[in-house]
Design a protein around this ligand. Structure first.
Ligand code: TPP
Ligand code: MG
Length: 372
């Protein structure tokens, strides 16, 4: 019996806007209208300003740990731009740009990292889930959300974001397997930034691409330059069209880089070469998009200066709103977990202040009586 090949494939990589500003018209013409390209650039700059201020809030003791987004803005933003508002964005913790584009109030992210549960209380119409800090859990949620929408006959899909490290988690494989076999329209969007804290991707995955992990599930898969917003938009549009037509999931590996530390609790200089960081600075998605706009006379230094002043004011108003929010009450911690609070939580909420005494609050003596 001859030996034959049972499976052969190649994995494509999309790249449209190069770091030097050169642009592939055959792939990119008409993909992002000029006005939108300007808006996307302004948005990325605003997110960069937000990132810098969030970092400083942590350093000055006004906020808890914060994961810088710097360098990765084009991934979630390109996806949010390409998707419909009814599609779910199911994120981890480095997707501010996409979340803000969708309409999440910026102070919600600050409140989250300030440890205020109200940061995770999100308008359901935004179709956003709270940030997922446990690595990988959100992918299962994304599959469940898309499955529910499919069951109801809606045309929405879910797009879930995760890192290279997250693809080593069992949750990732369960979510991929489930989505592929049950034909659930989920876009699995991997942001391969080269590192999972101090673990390099090459230790995380022995295959040359993360994209090929999807082949094992029979899923469409592609690699894209994640610092090229045009390429990201193209890849997500293709995946979304495919999902709406066939209800099938897709995998996108976006190669990118976090220019900052993993979080404010990390010092990446201890495990990364400065040469590596420098080489990615040159591939910064913001610098690249600015070159594109300048070549088309859509941007210049005076617009840049005016926009920076505006971004500083916007972010300082956001910080004010987050810091001046009224103090939470103790019972707030019960309020955002369930749409309908279960009876046992209702009882805990009712008796919380007196549980240690085993008393009903209505039976407590008033302060005056107590003194007497
Ligand atoms: C289940 C779980 N294990 C470990 C951690 C600790 N942890 C936080 S971030 C991280 C690395 C994640 O790397 P990657 O998925 O590549 O995401 P990146 O931060 O690079 O975007 C780890 C191990 C966690 N939050 N959750
Ligand atoms: Mg990573």
């Amino acid at each position: 019996m001859p030996i034959s090949s049972v499976f052969e494939t190649t994995i494509e990589r999309i790249s449209i806007l190069e770091p030097d500003g050169s642009f592939d018209e055959s792939l990119g013409a008409g993909l992002i209208p000029d006005d939108d390209a300007v808006q996307l650039y302004r948005h990325m700059m605003l997110c960069r300003q937000f990132d810098e201020i969030a970092f400083k809030l942590q350093r000055s003791g006004r906020m808890g740990t914060y994961p810088e987004n710097r360098g990765q803005e084009a991934t979630s933003l390109g996806a949010a731009y390409a998707l419909n508002k009814s599609d779910w964005l199911v994120t981890c913790y480095r997707e501010n740009a996409g979340l803000f584009w969708r309409g999440l109030p910026m102070e919600k992210i600050l409140l989250h990292w300030m440890g205020d549960e109200r940061g995770n209380h999100i308008d359901p119409d935004l179709h956003i889930t709270p940030l997922a800090i446990p690595i990988g859990t959100q992918m299962l949620h994304a599959v469940g959300l898309a499955w529910a929408d499919k069951y109801r006959g809606e045309s929405s899909l879910s797009c879930t974001f995760f890192g290279d490290g997250a693809t080593s988690e069992g949750d990732f494989h369960e979510a991929m397997n489930f989505a592929a076999n049950l034909e659930i329209p989920t876009i699995f969007f991997c942001q391969n930034n080269g590192w999972a804290i101090s673990v390099p991707t090459k230790i995380q995955c022995s295959a040359p691409t993360i994209a090929q992990r999807a082949l094992a599930y029979g899923m469409r898969t592609i690699q894209v330059d994640g610092n090229d917003i045009f390429a990201v938009v193209k890849a997500v549009q293709n995946a979304a069209d495919h999902a709406r037509k066939t209800s099938q999931p897709s995998f996108i590996e976006a190669t990118t880089y976090r220019l900052g530390d993993h979080t404010t609790a990390d010092d990446a200089r201890r495990y990364r070469d400065s040469d590596e960081v420098d080489s990615w600075q040159e591939r910064d998605p913001i610098i690249r998009l600015r070159k594109y706009l300048e070549k088309r006379d859509l941007w210049d230094e005076s617009r840049q200066s005016a926009m920076l002043v505006e971004a500083e004011k916007t972010v300082s108003d956001v910080v004010k709103r987050a810091e001046e929010i009224e103090t939470p009450t103790q019972s707030d911690m019960f309020d955002s977990m369930f749409a309908t609070m279960p009876e046992n939580l209702k009882a805990q909420r009712r008796t919380m202040r007196t549980s240690s005494l085993g008393q009903d609050p209505s039976q407590l003596p008033t302060p005056n009586t107590a003194r007497a």
